[in-house]
Design a protein around this ligand. Structure first.
Ligand SMILES: *Cc1c(COP(=O)(O)O)cnc(C)c1O
Length: 386
């Protein structure tokens, strides 16, 4: 057996013990040290932003000897970090809730504010159903392959009213489909659903979306002043490439923020997350970030076009930094993932465990330009050889 065959056999064995879910990459790498991963196209982040953050951290904190202070002292409290976020969102701090990652926010708002009937388009980011309270009823709205997995907001509105939903969830751009719904369509949806108790709009990927050729930032934040039932959820993990820092925020009515803070979350951000938000409130950082945000969008678009040029696969429409790719029916998505990893050292997300997604789908993230070329060429080599 070749080294690749040995690794593939080991991964298959591992998978047979993990039920309907694929083993996590951490488990795979730990149990099979022979595997070399060179490109992580599973994690959906902007690698240039990670570098920008690191450079600033080095200059402003580490080289100045401030790291000790960051570790030794308590970080600012939730509302004080909210004041940093106020400076770049132009939203009053009383409407801002800071989370230890957006995951914590999703859990907090579902637990506190969902009444009973919660609607979620699927496939989705799994926390939106996994963290539901026991007494809530999950209403999954299944996206259709015939329609490129697009979310039709008129049909979704009908579904919401039929099911007497009080809390509706939309991720825009979506994960895992990468679909972007225009702001005007979102506004129409908000107008048609003013009677709902909560509309949770997750804009974690909005920095990668665009509605004009200048890739100008699309501002959803101000909508909360017009729509009191709107709750915006924003992770910083993907656009700033800092999942390890655990930073996210939500924007919502002031009374909701007070309710959450009355239940805890006083010092839920680390000193590193507090520094990150402080950095984001600096004009010079905002200018630097805006340059690489647009550079990364341009590269992600090129990547998307190269993926689409491969006629053996179906690439769903994307205005995000990744694409959901349907492999031809004879290529199993798990086998494909193994081949990418063992032969080309590229890790992509096998989506066979995603509820609401039937078929051989993999999710592939845009990385640096050089890495993207390697991903595209590996994809062609594999789809031509299977
Ligand atoms: C990754 C992700 C999150 C959670 O991110 P955190 O790392 O917890 O900030 C939330 N929503 C969506 C849609 C995501 O993809």
């Amino acid at each position: 057996m070749t080294k690749e065959e040995i690794i593939a056999a080991k991964i298959r064995e591992l998978k047979s013990f993990s039920g309907s879910h694929s083993p996590s990459i951490e488990t795979v790498l730990q149990l099979i040290p022979e595997i070399e991963m060179k490109i992580d196209a599973c994690f959906l982040s902007n690698p240039y932003a990670t570098e920008l953050f690191l450079n600033n951290l080095q200059e402003q904190i580490i080289s100045k000897g401030h790291l000790r202070k960051m570790l030794e002292y308590y970080p600012p409290q939730n509302r004080d970090i909210g004041k940093f976020i106020q400076t770049f969102t132009n939203i009053s701090a009383e409407n801002i809730f800071v989370g230890n990652g957006a995951i914590e926010i999703i859990q907090a708002i579902l637990h506190q504010f969902a009444e009973r009937n919660v609607a979620v388009p699927i496939p989705t980011f799994s926390s939106y159903y996994e963290f539901l309270r026991q007494d809530c009823v999950l209403h999954t709205y299944l996206l259709s392959k015939d329609n490129d997995m697009a979310l039709d907001l008129y049909k979704y509105t009908q579904f919401i009213s039929d099911r007497k939903v009080d809390t509706a969830i939309i991720i825009n751009p979506s994960n895992p489909t990468a679909e972007y719904i225009t702001q005007q369509n979102i506004i129409d949806f908000l107008d048609n659903n003013k009677h709902l108790k909560n509309i949770i709009l997750d804009i974690s990927f909005v920095h990668f979306a665009y509605e004009n050729e200048q890739y100008d930032y699309i501002n959803y934040e101000q909508l909360i002043y017009q729509y009191p039932n709107l709750i915006l959820v924003k992770s910083m993990s993907k656009d700033f490439g800092i999942a390890g820092v655990r930073a996210g925020y939500a924007i919502m009515s002031a009374d909701r923020v007070t309710t959450l803070l009355d239940n805890g979350y006083l010092w839920n951000s680390s000193g590193m997350a507090a520094y990150f938000f402080k950095l984001l409130s600096q004009k010079s950082f905002q200018v630097d970030y805006e340059v690489i945000r647009k550079k990364y969008i341009a590269e992600a678009r090129m990547f998307y076009e190269s993926l689409k040029a491969n006629k053996s696969v179906q690439v769903l429409p994307s205005k995000s930094n990744f694409a959901l790719v349907e492999l031809p029916s004879h290529i199993n998505s798990f086998d494909f993932t193994i081949e990418m990893l063992t032969k080309y050292h590229i890790y992509v997300r096998d989506c066979s465990d995603k509820i609401g997604l039937k078929g051989n789908y993999v999710r592939i993230a845009s990385r640096s330009e050089a890495e993207n070329e390697k991903i595209v060429s590996a994809l062609s080599l594999i789809t031509n050889s299977f």
